[in-house]
Design a protein around this ligand. Structure first.
Ligand code: CMP
Length: 142
């Protein structure tokens, strides 16, 4: 297994529920090293740009509305096989279908308000990290 970095977001619903610390604790317990961390409130333009791949989807407006309704935490997470391991820790997109103990099961409410985001590939992780972080705000490494 290769050492990788993935990009993650603690979404507005999880921030509103005061669960930033709980998500971070689970993240570190699962072996991830936090290599970049920033608290930010996404503008409409930033959210639309980030989710541009979903622009044609019927839920795009709802998704942008939700992601801009309050602040989020954006993170760079590192461990072996980070992209797949973070997606396993998050659980299924729909918290109702997520396994027990996963972040979305614990902290999410529905398919829209699902507590966390994670990159779906190593290639997209690099793009998403660069979208939110200057190189100087990420620990040197992988
Ligand atoms: P995320 O991993 O952030 O990437 C795209 C997001 O779209 C996804 O998580 C979901 O939160 C959201 N999403 C997917 N399907 C729906 C849906 N049917 N309604 C609202 N949001 C959705």
């Amino acid at each position: 297994m290769a050492l990788e970095r993935t990009f993650a977001i603690i979404k507005p619903d999880a921030v509103e529920k005061n669960t930033i610390g709980a998500v971070l604790a689970k993240t570190e317990e699962a072996g991830f090293k936090v290599r970049g961390l920033r608290f930010t409130h996404l503008s409409r333009a930033v959210a639309e740009g980030f989710y541009a791949v979903h622009k044609a989807r019927p839920f795009f407006g709802e998704l942008v509305e939700f992601m801009t309704r309050g602040p989020v935490v954006v993170m760079v997470l590192e461990r072996e096989d980070a992209v797949a391991q973070w997606r396993t820790l998050m659980g299924a997109t729909d918290p109702k279908k997520a396994d027990e103990g996963t972040l979305r099961k614990l902290f999410g409410a529905n398919v829209g308000e699902n507590a966390t985001h994670g990159s779906d590939s190593l290639e997209n992780a690099k793009i998403e990290i660069a979208y939110f972080f200057a190189a100087s705000d990420v620990a040197p490494g992988v």
